[in-house]
Design a protein around this ligand. Structure first.
Ligand SMILES: *Cc1c(COP(=O)(O)O)cnc(C)c1O
Ligand SMILES: [Zn+2]
Length: 385
């Protein structure tokens, strides 16, 4: 189980960067770096059955992940979350093939664990000393947990009105919590300043290459679950876009390995009406998003007024023949009640937003009743109490 990581590549200009050193993003393009692997070698040496037979967890994909040495692979038991068939909810919507991948059972209660376990593991391997993160809430909790596990210093910049659970977990994990008057974008600016001044490594979404690699394991698990195939439609709550872009990257890598075919799902980016920069850009058929002023929604994970990876997110949506949809907080709350009362799932509002969006797209006829539909519940509703 040796990582086949070869280099990093700018997602805009294609320039290569050395993956053996700590890297951030392409300074010329202000764009994310993507991890690239020797996929031909992996295709020769690895079989899908081998990966499926390994002990559960994200590290069973080690060849396709960036960490080189086993002793740096942190874990709290993340990944291999259940994909549940939603029979009762499907019935009320007239759907036969409705599924939900439930990320709420990850350590720290959200899928942020997948990204941060990877970023922290790799940063430690590359000798980073202290880490800093701006967060809408959940990413801060996940960073703090893995930093504690790794014995590293962590600094978390979070809006003062972020959920209580997020503030408390960060403190419980022993990290340095800095409450910021403003949004994640303001937290981002402060975190970057402090990173410069103090020599901390900034693990903001897409401003280092490896949170994406952790989140991409969702795509591997999805393809494996569907028998090395993909569903017809995936609905994904989109804040920073790491999940959406990560799932897409996973499918590209699996196709290069010959483990899945050319077919791709239509990717739906779901946002909140009070903060929908990607939806606005999509509706204008634009390739870039613009800063969304006065962002407001109780789905804190979606309160990202200007995602750094906006071009990549839009690319994935367009390439997949997908869509971007905004739903109201009211609709999210209603969808949370439905998932809870019909299926026993207490979803995060962001996860429930995908159900609200599904309802809309069914009404519009954009999704047909026979299609295989996958909702992503990215976190537990308990974190918002
Ligand atoms: C961060 C977060 C999101 C948004 O995820 P991205 O991959 O950054 O788009 C969605 N749901 C929850 C619960 C989150 O914490
Ligand atoms: Zn570049």
């Amino acid at each position: 189980m040796v990582s086949a990581l070869s280099h990093l590549e700018c997602s805009t200009c294609g320039k290569h960067f050395d993956a053996r050193r700590l890297q951030t993003f392409c300074p010329t393009c202000q764009a994310p770096l993507l991890a690239r692997y020797e996929l031909r070698k992996v295709a020769r040496e690895l079989r899908p059955e081998t990966v499926s037979g390994r002990p559960r967890g994200i590290w069973r994909w080690a060849e396709l992940l960036p960490v080189q040495r086993e002793e740096y692979r942190l874990t709290l038991g993340e990944g291999d979350t259940p994909t549940l068939k939603l029979e009762r909810l499907g019935h009320t919507l007239g759907l036969e093939n409705l599924f939900l991948k439930d990320e709420s059972i990850n350590p720290t209660g959200t899928f942020k664990a997948r990204g941060l376990v990877m970023a922290v593991s790799r940063a430690r391997e590359l000798k980073a000393r202290a880490l800093v993160i701006p967060t809408a809430g959940n990413a801060g909790g996940a960073l703090a947990a893995y930093a504690a596990r790794a014995g590293m210093e962590a600094h978390v910049f979070m809006p003062a009105d972020a959920p209580q659970a997020n503030q408390q977990e960060v403190q419980m994990y022993g990290a340095d919590l800095r409450l910021v008057q403003g949004l994640i974008s303001d937290a981002g600016r402060l975190a970057a300043q402090e990173a410069q001044r103090s020599g901390w490594f900034d693990v903001s979404t897409f401003k280092e290459p490896y949170r994406l690699e952790g989140k991409k394991t969702m795509g591997f698990e999805i393809a494996e679950f569907f028998g090395w195939d993909v569903p017809d439609v995936i609905l994904y709550p989109t804040g920073g876009g790491t999940g959406l872009v990560g799932i897409w990257k996973a499918f590209e890598e699996l196709e290069a390995l010959g483990w899945i075919g050319k077919k791709r799902p239509r990717m739906v980016g779901v946002q909140a009406q009070g903060c929908a920069p990607i939806v606005k850009a999509f509706e204008a058929k634009a390739r870039e998003a613009e800063f969304w002023p006065d962002a407001a929604t109780f789905a804190s994970g979606l309160r990202v007024p200007f995602p750094f990876a906006h071009r990549l997110i839009l690319q994935v949506i367009y390439q997949s023949g997908g869509m971007a949809v905004a739903v109201s907080d009211e609709e999210m709350l209603q969808a949370q009640r439905e998932l809870g009362s019909l299926e026993g799932i207490f979803a995060a509002p962001e996860g429930a937003a995908t159900l609200a969006a599904l309802r809309r797209l069914l009404q519009q006829g954009w999704i047909a009743p026979k299609e295989r539909i996958l909702l992503l519940n990215t976190g537990s509703g308990v974190k918002y109490i």
